[in-house]
Each structure stands twice: as structure tokens, then as C-alpha cells.
Ligand binder design. Structure first.
Ligand SMILES: NC(=O)c1ccc[n+]([C@@H]2O[C@H](COP(=O)([O-])OP(=O)(O)OC[C@H]3O[C@@H](n4cnc5c(N)ncnc54)[C@H](OP(=O)(O)O)[C@@H]3O)[C@@H](O)[C@H]2O)c1
Length: 246
């Protein structure tokens, strides 16, 4: 039996991952604020409230049968794009919420994952769902917090990969850029006024040209990445296209 933890299971990519990864040999443990149609072991969790999120993760790891699992995977997928606007027009509370739920949330998840699996000698994989906007040349005006959080998440993974090279039973930790998918996040982008996101027309055009893929396609590629554990390189940032679609 493999155990797969996934954050952000209520919709979008997270919901697609739960559907594609679910089988008789897999236990899926999910986290988000709402449950959506998720049918596995569910923990209500708000990553913008770090102390509560940490204790929810502690409980989930303590309850899971990690010792008898064949492998343990954690997909840090939950993400918040909003607020979208130029930085001087953002509320302090919104700034705090975005960076906390994205960057602090991922850091807490990775910290708990390493803490509870550190002594176990078996395949252990932490996947941070990233974004092209983590790259210096891909930043978008109006998306400053999200860009900062995604760049921070990627550097977090690279740093922890170096830490893991010093321990007896290292986990593999990777970033994975899923590309552009048709989810609530894309709908939010396309509905943002140009005054807040000057690049909005390109996203509307991508949708019109059929370039925004269904998240189930990306979920299939991520499932193949998990199956390809032995060839994954810890600390690396992968793009979804590097893995075969089902
Ligand atoms: N869609 C794209 O084109 C695209 C492109 C590049 C990267 N990504 C990345 O892909 C991942 C999935 O995005 P998506 O497009 O599927 O987004 P989505 O449809 O907006 O879904 C986001 C998920 O994250 C959860 N979430 C958000 N804030 C949370 C919080 N504070 N605490 C707990 N859970 C929270 C949501 O659940 P609740 O609201 O129920 O809590 C939901 O399940 C994200 O990391 C995103 O940055 C997406």
C-alpha cells in the first residue's frame, strides 16, 4: 500500500490528482478548507492559519500507517493566486494571507513530511506544485505575491534537497511546474481587469485558442512522475511536459 498526501483536494488539479491516483493499492489523505467531492481521508485545513495547519498535519501524519507503507508521497498543491493588483493597492491582510497560505503553508507541510518520515528507509517523495512565474523572466505585473511565493517555494525545495543529502534516509524533494490548466485559478485570471493585470489578454487568447488544458491531463503526467521515482532528481524543477501523458 502506498500513501499519498495531497493538499488542495477540493477542486482543480488537486481534485484531478485524487481521481487519477486512487486505486486499491493507494491511500489518499487530503487537505483543504472545503471537501468538494473528495472521498479519501479528509482533513479540513486552512494554510493561511499556520499553527492550526501544523497541528492538523501532525495529526494526519501520526494517524497514517507510515511504517507499513511501501512508499510515501506528499503533493503540496494548494495554492492561492489572489489578490491580483499592483502592490501599492493591496491590503496588508491580503498580503499576509497570500504569503502565509502559499509559502508558509508549503514550508510547514515540508517540515512535517521530513519530520515524520525521516527515520523510514523507503521511497519518500515531496512534490511542490510550482509555476512558471517562479522564473525571473516570467514574472507578471499584478501577481507580485504569487510570483514571490512560487519563487520562494522553489528555493525552499532546492535548499531542503541539500539538507537531505546529509541524512541517512533522504527523501526526494522536487518542484513541478504544471503549465496552464483550466481551473478556478485561470477563471480568476481571465476576469481580472487590465488595470490590475495588464497581461490579461494573452490568457483570454490562450483559452480561445484551446491552449488551456484540462487538469486531468496534468494529473496523469504527475501520476507517471510518481511511478518514475527512481529517475527523479532531488532538488530539480520539472515541467509537466517531461512526463508522458496517460
Ligand atoms: N491553473 C493553472 O493554470 C496553474 C498554473 C501554474 C501553477 N498552478 C498551481 O497549481 C496548483 C493548483 O492550482 P489550481 O489551478 O488547481 O487552483 P484552484 O482551482 O484555485 O484550486 C486551489 C486548491 O487549493 C486549495 N486552497 C487554496 N487556498 C487554501 C488554503 N489557504 N488552505 C487550504 N487549501 C487551500 C483550494 O481548496 P479550498 O478553497 O477548499 O481550501 C483548492 O482545492 C496551485 O499550486 C497553483 O499555483 C496552476
Amino acid at each position: 500500500m502506498r500513501i499519498i498526501f495531497i493538499t488542495g483536494v477540493s477542486r482543480g488539479l488537486g481534485a484531478a490528482l485524487t481521481r487519477i491516483l486512487d486505486n486499491d493499492e493507494t491511500q489518499i489523505i487530503g487537505f483543504s478548507r472545503s471537501k468538494g467531492e473528495f472521498e479519501g481521508v479528509f482533513h479540513s485545513c486552512d494554510f493561511s492559519k499556520p499553527e492550526l495547519a501544523a497541528s492538523t498535519l501532525d495529526q494526519a501524519f501520526q494517524e497514517a500507517d507510515l511504517k507499513n507503507a511501501d512508499s510515501i508521497t506528499f503533493i503540496s498543491n494548494a495554492g492561492q493566486l489572489s489578490p491580483l493588483d499592483f502592490i501599492d493597492r493591496l491590503d496588508i491582510a491580503d498580503i499576509h494571507e497570500n504569503l502565509t497560505s502559499n509559502l508558509v503553508g508549503s514550508s510547514i507541510a515540508l517540515s512535517r513530511f521530513i519530520k515524520y518520515t525521516g527515520d523510514l528507509d523507503k521511497p519518500k517523495l515531496f512534490i511542490q506544485i510550482s509555476s512558471g512565474v517562479a522564473l525571473p523572466e516570467r514574472v507578471k505585473p499584478g501577481w507580485s505575491l504569487y510570483c514571490a511565493a512560487k519563487a520562494g517555494q522553489e528555493q525552499l525545495i532546492r535548499t531542503v534537497a541539500t539538507e537531505q543529502s546529509h541524512v541517512p534516509h533522504p527523501a526526494k524533494v522536487i518542484n513541478l511546474n504544471p503549465g496552464v490548466m483550466e481551473t478556478a485559478m485561470q477563471q480568476l485570471i481571465r476576469s481580472t481587469p487590465k488595470s490590475s493585470f495588464p497581461g490579461v489578454d494573452r490568457f483570454i487568447q490562450m483559452k480561445e485558442e484551446g491552449k488551456v488544458v484540462d487538469p486531468s491531463v496534468i494529473a496523469g503526467r504527475i501520476a507517471n512522475a510518481i511511478d518514475d521515482y527512481d529517475s527523479l532528481e532531488s532538488g530539480k524543477t520539472y515541467v509537466e511536459a517531461e512526463f508522458q501523458a496517460n
